[in-house]
Design a protein around this ligand. Structure first.
Ligand code: T1G
Length: 677
């Protein structure tokens, strides 16, 4: 075995243990595959060996193929080849699983004759989340062991399952001791050493269940909309059940895998896998910067945002003190939190005991003084600079030294807020997205004086509270809202050129956005920010508001709504728009859907380029993470900056110039140089 191999073998009398030590997650890179192959050969060839065990050092069993190898020339044996070799062994091979056996790692276990796992282990095939499918026999072996229904769930949805569920499904043969995995696996290997024939998944047959397949497709149609990979996963699972011989099924799987691998969707989803992890890193803060302890959190404001923010910490087991100015507002806020948890409990996400435990660490109060011992205080009161500055002045006097003071503002100047305290280095923006207990994005706004350890602490806090954090500089609207604000003007220009709102929205939803411009306006409220004077009609929006077309809440806005909130185009709105258009003498202009998308999204990319040029975002992939986790940008398009790269920056520049939008210098430079973000 070459010295550098991440694989070593250890003899335990007549059992050979093959061990991988390839941190951080034992990815199945070329060296690991070569080492596994050599280990199996050693065990098969050694007459004194009666059985083998495969296990991993570190925090997890193989967490899949090495994604960094994708798109590069293949080295060493293919994973499928190694797995077939394991399965073909004439001595039993036992997979000993801890952590997360994912993707190719799960497939390795399926090539083994037996699988044992610690209770906390999980197994799964999340390849679909990378726009792929299990490409090393997984789609053919899972149905043969666990049946169609679970195979569809595991492959086309991609969420890992617990060791317990895997055991119940026959994917795991024995649950062993949490702290005795190797010893128990060796004992198990000895138990089965002489058992024949060896159970090989490829030799089993899977029963077809067309009805289950149809029900599964129907139940997930909305979730799978726009994605290529789920259908390919389903097709492979069906192939495993329609009598196709195993080898032909594996060939079909391989072909489907390669089609996805060569496609733009998987490239985008793999890009996003690394972008999300990159976003957590702050370039100019040394790794290992000492973090401040966050054991108790204070939240000022028990409204929609304050309540949602509190739930993130309560769900992570961090006690929260929540403050309001009036008892009824406080009771209402606490009531909403409890109801949200109880609804989740009804859906099986929490036990009622867990609900009581989380509510048990929530302390409601009407006094700011009760925040004196908090390590982090987050304000979520309404957006007014004077009110926020007054509050931060008070918090400055109350909070203990070293406490972090954070604002949930979605656009106000964090430096100005910090200026209201004597400790601006302890002030930072934590911009949650509504509903704050659901949306994964957290824009962490770094003030001019924010201390490195304050920023590092808040960035590290994101994962435990289930968020994906992205650093933003201080600028109006930070990253996401600043870019979003560039979409309104071109949309209204197209309205005035005769493009109906429903057409603009459809182009965006066909593109994969969850909602169009005008659907979003109707959801938020057409009257938000309206001057409330029905006699003053200066825009189409004024005209709608004046007519009480405030959106879904009044069952009419840009659209008319039925009792089930289904939107339909409104003749009254079309009339209002036409009136404005004819008065403005704006010429009609036809747009293709692609042109509508360009008109709406190129200005956002342009603003993204300005944000990067100003250093308001560390990297283009951060901008993309913001849009995927905060605004529902379809992950299979990789985010606005990645998407612009796929369109071609020269084409984006040409589209902007055609629509009279001044091009950001960075974008222009990159387009001229033939570069990408
Ligand atoms: N390949 C390469 N690097 C990986 C990796 C992988 N599969 N998984 C994780 N890393 C890196 C990651 O980038 C990060 O690096 C570090 O490990 C820690 O990860 C043929 C085709 C295992 C649940 O999709 O879901 O098998 O940022 O921060 O939160 O069918 O990582 O530190 O430099 O995420 O504890 C299928 C992907 C692959 C699983 C751990 N497998 N990984 O989560 O740590 S495709 C997956 C995860 C495949 C076969 C196919 C998670 C984790 P850095 P982390 P974590």
């Amino acid at each position: 075995m070459p010295d550098a191999s991440p694989i070593r073998t250890e003899r335990h009398d007549d059992v050979l243990v093959i061990i991988s030590d390839n941190p951080p997650v034992n990815a199945l890179g070329a060296a690991v595959r070569m080492g596994l192959e050599a280990g199996i050969k050693e065990g098969v060839a050694d007459a004194s060996i009666k059985a083998m065990v495969i296990r991993c050092d570190g925090r997890t069993f193989f967490a899949g193929a090495d994604i960094t190898e994708f798109g590069k020339p293949m080295q060493g044996p293919g994973l499928g080849t190694v797995i077939d070799m394991i399965e073909a062994s004439d001595k039993p091979v036992v997979a000993a699983i801890h952590g997360t056996a994912l993707g190719g790692g799960c497939e390795v276990t399926l090539g083994c004759h037996y699988r044992v796992a610690v209770p906390s282990a999980k197994i799964g095939t999340p390849e679909v989340k990378l726009g792929l499918l299990p490409g090393a026999g997984g789609t053919q072996r899972i149905p043969r062991i666990a049946g169609v229904k679970l195979a569809l769930q595991m492959t086309a949805v991609g969420d890992p399952i617990s060791a317990k569920a895997a055991h119940e499904a026959g994917l795991i043969d024995r649950i062993v001791g949490e702290d005795s995995l190797e010893a128990d696996a060796i004992a198990f290997a000895r138990e089965v050493a002489d058992k024949r024939p060896l159970p090989r998944a490829s030799e089993k047959t899977a029963t077809a269940d067309p009805q289950a397949v149809e029900e599964f497709k129907k139940a997930n149609a909305r979730k799978f909309r726009g994605f290529d990979a789920p259908a390919a996963n389903i097709a492979c699972v069906v192939k495993a059940t329609d009598g196709t011989p195993f080898a032909d099924g594996v060939k079909f799987e391989r072909d489907e895998f390669m089609k996805l691998m060569m496609g733009t969707q998987s490239a985008a989803q793999r890009y996003m896998f690394f972008a999300e992890r990159q976003a957590a890193k702050v370039d100019d803060i040394p790794a290992g910067t000492a973090l401040r302890k966050i054991a108790k959190v204070g939240v000022v404001g028990a409204g929609t945002m304050g309540g949602g923010i509190s739930m993130n910490f309560l769900s992570a087991g961090i006690p929260v003190t929540i403050v309001e100015t009036a008892q009824d507002a406080l009771d209402r806020g606490v009531g909403v939190i409890r109801r949200n948890y109880e609804n989740s409990a009804k859906k099986g996400r929490f036990t009622q005991d867990k609900v009581e435990a989380m509510m048990g660490i929530l302390t409601p109060t009407l006094s700011l003084d009760d925040l004196a011992d908090c390590d982090l205080v987050i304000e979520a009161i309404y957006e007014n600079m004077d009110v926020k500055k007054e509050l931060f002045g008070k918090l400055d006097a109350i909070a203990k030294p070293g406490a972090i003071l954070a604002s949930n503002t979605s656009y106000l100047n964090v430096d100005e807020i910090a200026g209201a305290t004597k400790r601006p280095e302890d002030v930072i923006g934590m911009h949650f997205f509504s509903p704050a207990n659901v949306m994964k994005l957290l824009e962490v706004v770094r003030g001019a004086k924010t201390a490195p350890d304050v920023l590092a602490t808040v960035m590290a806090l994101a994962k435990p509270i289930g968020k994906v954090a992205v650093v933003s500089g201080v600028c109006p609207g930070f990253i996401g809202n600043r870019m979003l604000s560039q979409r309104g003007a071109p949309a209204n220009t197209m309205l005035m050129q005769g493009v109906p709102p429903e057409r603009i929205d459809k182009a965006l939803t066909d593109f994969g956005m969850p909602m169009g411009v005008y659907q979003m306006s109707d959801l938020a409220g057409v009257d938000i920010g309206w001057h409330r004077d029905p006699t003053r009609i200066e825009s189409i929006r004024d005209a709608l508001a004046a007519k009480g077309r405030w959106g879904q809440k009044t069952k009419k806005g840009w659209y008319d709504y039925d009792e089930n909130r289904n939107p339909s185009p409104s003749p009254e709105v079309a009339e209002i728009i036409e009136e404005f258009r004819s008065k403005s003498n704006q010429a009609r202009r036809d747009y293709t859907d692609e042109e509508i998308i360009g008109a709406l999204l190129y200005p956002m990319v342009n603003e993204g380029a300005k944000i990067l040029d100003e250093g308001m975002a560390q990297r283009a992939s951060d901008v993309d993470v913001v849009w995927i986790y905060g605004y529902g940008w379809p992950v299979y398009r990789g985010g606005p900056m990645f998407w612009a790269n796929t369109v071609g920056l020269d084409k984006v520049v040409a589209g902007l110039e055609k629509n009279g939008v001044p091009v950001a210098p960075l974008l222009k430079r990159k387009a001229e140089a033939g570069e990408k973000f």
